[in-house]
Ligand binder design. Structure first.
Ligand SMILES: [Zn+2]
Ligand SMILES: [Zn+2]
Length: 372
């Protein structure tokens, strides 16, 4: 049965997303249809809308969706109609890297998450004239009231988690928390500096507290972010402009340099600040995505004392394992997702995007009214 959904469609790069009716024909055997209750806006959506990612248009963006399963394909066994789910990125779960549990580095990652099509080349969506609309953005394209995902990337949530707010677990929050808990794995009592206090950075701060870091420092030029970062676990929060030599100041605050740094901005200046804050040995994870090539000059002498710069996609997590763990931490009050979120009705899409672009919200979530 063909279903009709309301989706925000990107017709041309650099133009606003516009709500349209889209058609969803029959599900494939491994697919699930999810009624979206809430979807977060991630900076990668903005990058793609501006044309910074090779996603073909017309397309539906959105990759922090959460909702309830309303239909399942015939081969789906792990999920049932009525299950609350959060949608993670897609991975083939069979290639060399997936077989080693490194799903974020799936050798088919680009095709499955940025290609706008299913693995077999077909598109999941049509506009009302019958023309193809690209979907499958991060295995979901969830700026839409109904979404086709698969059993691979739909993750069941505990029933008592507020599903409309849970979508950001699937990308931004898993990225920050996964980088700390799964990649850096800080020892209890160690120090960490987090650069950039958006949702990714805030998740890294919450995760650092969960890991038992003694010294947690946030860095962000936006003073409106500072108080929240303190509430979530940062002992100190700095504005970079207040310090002539930020790296030296951070080394002093951490007693000789930080054991770990998380960098969620992606500019050369911030990556270099993060590296200069490190002790030796020390590890800096860079997470911020910038469109196109992004060369950074690094002093090799600085790395020789055991310092590492590593890049991380999607927190290097297995969404099927890690997202339920974050949901449990949320229920325990240790990972308060709701403290980061401001909700906007889906029809207020433009307001939400403007608030994200202006840095007025840590995490905007578009919500759907399904009473109709
Ligand atoms: Zn794979
Ligand atoms: Zn994202």
């Amino acid at each position: 049965m063909t279903r009709t959904a309301t989706a925000a469609v990107l017709r041309e790069y650099g133009t606003p997303l516009r709500p349209e009716q889209v058609l969803i024909p029959e599900l494939r055997d491994d697919e699930v249809l999810v009624r979206i209750h809430g979807v977060g806006i991630c900076h990668t959506d903005l990058t793609a809308a501006a044309g910074g990612v090779p996603l073909p248009v017309p397309a539906v963006l959105g990759h922090e969706g959460a909702g309830v399963v309303v239909e399942t394909g015939s081969a789906v066994t792990r999920l049932a109609v009525g299950d609350p789910v959060v949608l993670g990125f897609d991975s083939c779960r069979s290639c060399r890297n997936c077989a080693r549990g490194r799903y974020a580095y799936c050798t088919h990652f680009a095709a499955l998450n940025y290609g706008g099509r299913r693995a077999d080349g077909s598109t999941v969506l049509q506009d009302t004239s019958g023309a193809a609309v690209h979907g499958n953005w991060f295995g979901q394209s969830s700026f839409s009231s109904l979404v086709v995902a698969t059993e691979r990337n739909a993750v069941r949530l505990p029933a008592d988690v507020p599903v409309a707010l849970a979508g950001p677990l699937g990308c931004g929050l898993a990225t920050g928390a996964g980088t700390v808990l799964e990649v850096l794995r800080p020892e209890s009592g160690s120090s960490i500096v987090v650069f950039g206090l958006g949702a990714v950075g805030m998740a890294a701060i919450m995760a650092a507290r969960i890991a038992g870091c003694d010294t947690i420092i946030g860095v962000d030029p936006n003073p409106r972010r500072h108080e929240l970062a303190r509430t979530l676990g940062a002992g100190e929060v700095l504005s970079p402009a207040d310090h002539d030599d930020l790296g030296r100041h951070l080394r002093r605050l951490t007693g000789g340099g930080a054991d770990h740094a998380v960098e969620s901005v992606g500019t050369e200046a911030v990556i270099r600040q993060a590296l200069s804050s490190l002790a030796g040995p020390g590890v800096c994870a860079t997470l911020g995505l910038r469109a196109g090539r992004n060369p950074v000059t690094i002093d090799q002498t600085h790395l020789l004392s055991g310092r590492t710069l590593t890049g991380v996609i999607e927190g290097d997590v297995d969404p099927q394992q890690f997202l339920p763990r974050l949901a449990d931490l949320w229920r325990e009050g240790r990972f308060p997702v709701d403290a980061l979120v401001r909700t906007f009705d889906f029809v207020k899409l433009d307001d939400a995007f403007a608030a994200v672009a202006a840095g007025e919200v840590v995490k905007a979530v578009l919500t759907f009214d399904h009473d109709n």
